[in-house]
Design a protein around this ligand. Sequence first.
Ligand code: URA
Length: 263
Amino acid sequence: MNAQALDTAATESLLAFWRDAGVDACFEDAPVDRTHVAPPPAVKAVAKATASVVALPATGDAAAEARRLAAGAETLEALGEAIAAFTGCPLRDMGAKQAVFSRGNPRAPILIIGEGPGAEEDERGQPFVGKAGQLLDRMLAEAGLTDRVFITNTVFWRPPGNRTPSPAEQAVCAPFLERAFFLLKPKLVLLLGAAAAKSVLSTEDGIMKLRGHWKEWRLAEGNVSAPALPTFHPAFLLRTPMAKKAAWADMLALAAKLDAAAD
Ligand code: URA
């Protein structure tokens, strides 16, 4: 093997190692050696470093801009365009290919909220189109809800490595999610997984405690509210088939409540 072939093989092997370790996006030009452990800094320097870590990058300004853009959207379609034009979410610069807003019926009586787009969603520009989405679609079809849902997420850009979005990233995107809620005015909301449930309901309770219990999601402004049901995320169901029974019970409870609301 010549030297160039060896280099290529070594590079491919290193890339495969990173991919298997969950590193699937590059978002800085220069590599950062995070394995280097600096000697303990002096007390004064610690205070300074803490302040710079705690200060979130212009989240306040970004959220204000998100609120302004969201408020200007009079339809869900316009809201999707406003999200695509928004540059304030840090996830946008972390390797996401495009904004992913919604799919489903824009007059649906049920709003479904997931965590954030994954690799497949990032590629195709629609939420829940990967394996988890296929499971969700099968459950919706079995419950007779296929055309009765509008599906979105708490954040609209794929978090690198499919990590959970941070509360700060969710907060920046929240004005768009709230506007979607306001414009759709759904009868019911289904919250998929802990990240969506905690963010929408502003609670620290875990999904094991929350799932299956109806809560109220009420916007601070605009007099919009709806019963919201936290349930397990379909990606969790794929890893934990034993949890499917409880999630199916939640799906049936959702369908039954919608039927009752129509009476
Ligand atoms: N998981 C989510 O939470 N949302 C998606 O859109 C896809 C997977």
